[in-house]
Design a protein around this ligand. Structure first.
Ligand code: DP6
Length: 331
């Protein structure tokens, strides 16, 4: 017997960052975080549970993946299979929709789509927040990709309540420009980077403390639709996260020279040209510029003076994880 599930999930960019785990096995974070889901980047995944399969198979963009990758996915699917006593193996087919040259393939959309597809294949009926606790155990940031717009990952106190909560659908003139400084895979993964920071950075306790305040304040700014305040808090929070890494032992840093050029241009946009824009950066050198959707063309045009146009990707807010029909999957 075969059962299938198909889902699409979009990636998200944190405005209040998740950086550090208090429980590595369960992916419980040291602090709550908040993100914006993006329309431009997503993953489609189909899962077929099939009695005739002798092991799990995982194809990404039509390429059969290596054993190590398959094991990660198998372990993730077992979170669903074991409690349900489901013994069938699965064929997993995934497509990452990421504009060419971006190199931004993200574990956030991947595990959220996987969770969505598996949830459907198993015939379960969890709420999105409940399902986010499963996605979390594939990759922390994927917790937030279960919802669209602005999403909080409330750290909670245990594996059942460390979940995503929708905050606002971001349908009020919100946009993002991604400046691809370097599309190559990062040297230090976020998983390793955050672990090293928690273990060695004397700035880390200050990060955890101030992230709490940032989260409370950004939620107020979002509720009031105060773009400037929201951008200021996001920029402040992102740079504080990077400061913890500069102070870890050994120190490490995701900045590249072009990251600084992009940051300076964001400041130029708002201070000289009067266009509200704020930057944030994750565990890599690319810059994400938070701006108004109505300013996206202007912001992009400005950056074209400094970066090749294929390195500039604009996005509107994205929607929640959703299941796809067989017809939508075929397209
Ligand atoms: C800097 O979710 O990739 O992007 O939970 O170990 O898989 P794991 O880490 P991951 O870390 C994301 C870190 C970040 C900030 C964020 O997205 O909140």
């Amino acid at each position: 017997m075969k059962t299938t599930g198909i889902a699409r999930a979009h990636t998200n960019i944190a405005l209040i960052k998740y950086w550090g785990k208090k429980d590595k096995a369960l992916f419980l974070p040291m602090n709550s975080s908040l993100s914006l889901t993006l329309e431009a980047f997503y993953t489609d995944t189909k899962i077929t549970l099939d009695k005739t399969l002798e092991k799990d198979e995982f194809y990404l963009n039509n390429v059969l993946q290596q054993e190590a990758e398959i094991q990660k996915i198998s372990k993730f699917l077992d979170l669903f299979r074991i409690p349900a006593k489901e013994t069938r193996f699965a064929r997993i087919e995934s497509y990452n929709f990421v504009p060419t040259a971006a190199g931004l393939a993200s574990s956030a959309s991947a595990f959220a789509a996987l969770a969505g597809a598996m949830h459907q294949a198993m015939g379960w009926d969890l709420s999105r927040s409940e399902l986010s606790t499963y996605a979390r155990r594939g990759s922390g940031s994927s917790t937030r990709s279960l919802f669209g717009g602005f999403v909080e990952w409330n750290q909670g106190t245990n594996s059942e309540d460390s979940m995503a909560i929708p905050i606002d659908d971001a349908s009020w003139d919100i946009g993002m420009l991604i400046v691809v400084v370097n599309g190559a895979a990062k040297k230090i993964s976020s998983r390793v980077g955050m672990e090293q920071t928690v273990a060695t950075s004397p700035f880390y306790p200050a990060w955890v403390e101030s992230a709490k305040t940032d989260l409370e304040e950004i939620k107020i700014a979002i509720q009031e639709k105060n773009f400037t305040r929201m951008g200021e808090i996001a920029e402040f929070n992102g740079m504080k996260m990077h400061a913890t890494m500069l102070a870890s032992q050994p120190p490490f840093c995701y900045f590249e020279p072009d990251s600084l050029i992009a940051q300076q241009q964001v400041v130029y946009l708002r201070e000289v040209l009067g266009i509200p824009a704020y930057y944030t950066m994750d565990a890599g050198p690319n810059i994400k510029v938070l701006c108004k959707a109505s300013d996206l063309d202007k912001v992009r045009d400005h950056f074209e003076q400094y970066f090749a146009s294929e390195k500039l990707i604009t996005s509107h807010p994205g929607e929640a994880m959703r299941t796809l029909t067989e017809e939508e999957w075929q397209e």
